[in-house]
Structure formats: structure tokens, C-alpha cells
Design a protein around this ligand. Structure first.
Ligand SMILES: Cc1ncc(COP(=O)(O)O)c(C=O)c1O
Ligand SMILES: [Zn+2]
Length: 404
């Protein structure tokens, strides 16, 4: 057996590390396994900079990363809440501000890892299936690596999001048909045409998301939070951060793993619904409809694994409605953060968990703010954000009216 390989998260079957566009024969995703015994226990004692796969090299032993193809992803701010922390009765409330990534979402961490793998394996074609954000990320990294890039989009992705990725020269296809079936077809198409599809559960993408856990350990001076709130679409982000924390624990660097709160929008909540029913498997969600579409995955490829992992670790799974998501967006803006609705879903879930007394008062919590509000400005019509329109000579009166 190699030092590193891919393992099915469902049945445990092994596959070679270089396989791409592959799920297990049992239809569950694969993940990277390697020997954690080789990770030095004092690795985090001196801080390093640069591309995360080099910065945290012992956790990425299967990669020989070329920093040229990084766009400076990660190393995002961890912001302390100024007002909400007290209102919620928490000991600590921190926002991991993933809007600061190169294409303004956490997706860049995963794409940065996938593109390294694609280059190392000799691929000249790169692609993904996206409702917007992953497409922009894959288009940017593919462009920098000089690859031909192919982005498959859901039929309801709005034009604003498509323009933002075609600027990179990617070929975009807006595909009408069943999203789950499209996912399966892309694995075949990718293998047929030698396109590396960095889909939501590409094992290397999941590896990239681990970096968020490692950064938290550094930014919190080794004191991990009690709880971490994260929005769930495909479930890839949740799996990746959790894998990072588990690897920290299993290599003896930390002794615990934060409890995860996974949150879905009520307009598309297959993973939460399965959890509430006590089911072992998710079922395809019918008639999905969410505010900015990026969480709208009716049959999340990593849904079963999220369900298993969160059940086994006393995690919480919650769904929140549009009104609560918009309120959370506004609360984040009061903390100085402009998040897109999918991101605000995490804070909305945390507020619900506090209201329902599902988490202890005095907890230390990190909310992952996954993507920028600038990704989808049309949602601002939900708020009253129009400027006062006034002629110059009327300005003093207009200002006085506002000052009251
Ligand atoms: C802004 C944003 N937040 C959260 C998610 C959910 O991430 P995942 O699909 O990995 O669960 C997505 C997915 O597209 C996203 O774009
Ligand atoms: Zn399997």
C-alpha cells in the first residue's frame, strides 16, 4: 500500500491517489488518506507564510505544490464580533471572513489544491459544475495555469454570475436537466475528454478546505472554538474543515475537535431533513428554491457523509428561512461584513440554535462567512438601500431631515 491513497468515506474501499473524476462504486465520495504519524507535533509553533500546501506541508504530503499557481487564497481575517456576541450571550463570537479570498469565497482554497493536482497529473483541461461561485474560482485558477476551462452551470444561474466567470476565458455551458444526473455524467465526460473536473467533492478540493481549520488553530493561539457554524450545500466545505480538525487531533497537535453546526436554507434542506427524520441517507429534495441559489443542491454529493459525521460527533443540523437569512445578512453588515445570503445562513442558524437553547451560553463560536455579498447584488432589493436623491441647494435641509 502507498503512503497515501484515496478511501471511500462510505465503504472504506481504497483507490490510487491519482484517480480523478471518480466516486466509489458504492456512490459515495473518496477522500485522501495518509500517515498522520509523520506530522511533527510542534509544527504550529512557528508561523509561516506562503501557499498553504507548503505552509502546512506535513498535511499535504502527496503534493509538490508550485506557489506560482496559487492566487494568495486563505490567510483570511478572523474578526471578533463587536455587538452580537453580547446579545447572543456567547463568551466569544468570531467571524472567519472568507469573503477576502481571491474570487471572494472559500471555494478558492479547494480550487488551489485541485489545480495543483491537475497540473501534476498532466491535465490541460480543467472544469467544474457550479451554481456560480465554484465556477468563478475554477475559471480564475484555470486561467492562471493556462488551462482550457469548462464551467457547467445550473439552468437558473443568473447572468451576472456567468459574466463574472467568462471574463477569465472559461467556456460556460448553462445546462437544462437534472442536476444530480449532470453531476454523474460529468464524471464520465471528464474521463472521456481528459478534463479534470474539480467538483464539490473532488478529494483534493476537500483537502484544500482543511487549511481553514489550520488557520483557526493559529489565529486562536491553539485554543480551538467550542462550536463552528458552517452553511451546507454539497457538504464539501463542512467535510473539509472537519477533516482538518480531525487530522490536528489525530496527529496529537490538539486534543479536541469543535462541534459543528451545519445549516441549510429551508428552500433546500435534504441533509437537515434526513437528520431530523433520523434517517441514514439523504433523499433528493423536491422543488428547491433559495435566495442566491448557491446552496441549492437537491441531492448533495457529500450529504450522507455530513450526516454520518455530524451524528457521530454530536453536531447539530438546522434549517433557516429566508427572513432569518436576510436578518443575519443585516446583522453581519453591522459587524462590517457584507456577506451573500448563503453565507449569512450560518449566522442565522447559530441565532436559531441560541434561541432554542441548543448550545450552552458562554460558548466560544466561530461562524464561517463563506462568500461576499458583491457576488450577487440583486438580492439587495430585499433591503431599503436607496440613496436620498437631492439637488445641491437642498442638501442642508435633506441632511437635517435625516439627522432628525
Ligand atoms: C457562498 C457559499 N457558501 C456555502 C456554500 C456551501 O458549500 P458546500 O457546497 O461545500 O457545502 C457554497 C457552495 O456553493 C457557497 O457558494
Ligand atoms: Zn464505497
Amino acid at each position: 500500500m502507498n503512503e497515501y491513497f484515496l478511501e471511500c468515506v462510505g465503504c472504506g474501499r481504497d483507490y490510487p491517489i491519482g484517480m480523478v473524476n471518480t466516486r466509489c462504486a458504492c456512490d459515495e465520495p473518496l477522500e485522501v488518506k495518509f500517515n498522520l504519524g509523520s506530522v511533527p507535533c510542534n509544527w504550529f509553533q512557528s508561523q509561516r507564510s506562503g501557499f498553504f500546501a507548503g505552509r502546512y506541508a506535513p498535511f499535504f504530503p502527496y503534493l509538490d505544490p508550485d506557489p506560482l499557481f496559487s492566487l494568495g487564497e486563505g490567510q483570511t481575517s478572523l474578526l471578533r464580533s463587536v455587538s452580537l456576541v453580547e446579545k447572543l450571550g456567547l463568551k466569544e463570537l468570531l467571524f472567519k471572513n472568507e469573503t477576502q479570498n481571491p474570487t471572494w469565497t472559500f471555494k478558492d482554497r479547494g480550487t488551489a489544491c485541485s489545480v495543483q493536482n491537475a497540473i501534476a497529473l498532466g491535465y490541460r483541461r480543467f472544469g467544474t459544475l457550479s451554481s456560480g461561485n465554484m465556477g468563478a474560482s475554477v475559471a480564475a485558477y484555470g486561467s492562471r495555469a493556462g488551462m482550457d476551462t469548462f464551467i457547467m452551470l445550473k439552468d437558473n444561474v443568473p447572468r451576472e454570475k456567468i459574466d463574472a466567470l467568462t471574463i477569465y476565458g472559461a467556456k460556460a455551458f448553462q445546462v437544462y436537466g437534472d442536476y444530480g444526473e449532470l453531476y454523474a455524467r460529468l464524471l464520465e465526460i471528464g474521463n472521456h475528454h481528459q478534463i479534470y473536473f474539480s467538483l464539490s467533492d473532488d478529494p483534493l478540493r476537500i483537502e484544500g478546505y482543511k487549511s481553514l481549520a489550520f488557520e483557526l488553530l493559529e489565529q486562536m493561539d491553539g485554543q480551538l472554538p467550542d462550536l463552528l457554524a458552517v452553511p451546507l450545500g454539497s457538504g464539501g466545505l463542512c467535510r473539509g474543515i472537519l477533516k482538518g480538525f480531525e487530522e490536528l487531533r489525530d496527529s496529537g497537535i490538539t486534543s479536541n475537535v469543535p462541534i459543528f453546526i451545519g445549516i441549510q436554507a429551508a428552500g433546500n434542506s435534504p441533509t437537515v431533513d434526513a437528520f431530523e427524520k433520523g434517517a441514514d441517507h439523504i433523499e433528493c429534495f423536491q422543488n428547491s428554491s433559495t435566495l442566491d441559489h448557491v446552496l441549492e443542491n437537491p441531492y448533495p454529493p457529500s450529504g450522507n457523509q455530513v450526516l454520518r459525521k455530524l451524528k457521530a460527533s454530536n453536531g447539530l443540523l438546522l434549517k433557516v428561512n429566508n427572513e432569518n437569512i436576510l436578518t443575519a445578512m443585516q446583522l453581519l453588515s453591522q459587524e462590517g461584513i457584507f456577506a451573500q445570503p448563503a453565507s449569512a445562513t450560518a449566522l442565522a442558524g447559530l441565532i436559531e440554535a441560541v434561541d432554542k437553547k441548543m448550545i450552552p451560553r458562554g460558548s466560544r463560536v466561530v461562524v464561517v462567512v463563506t462568500g461576499s455579498g458583491l457576488k450577487y447584488p440583486p438580492v439587495l432589493k430585499e433591503f431599503d438601500v436607496s440613496p436620498v436623491s437631492v439637488k445641491l441647494d437642498q442638501l442642508p435641509q435633506a441632511l437635517e431631515a435625516v439627522l432628525g
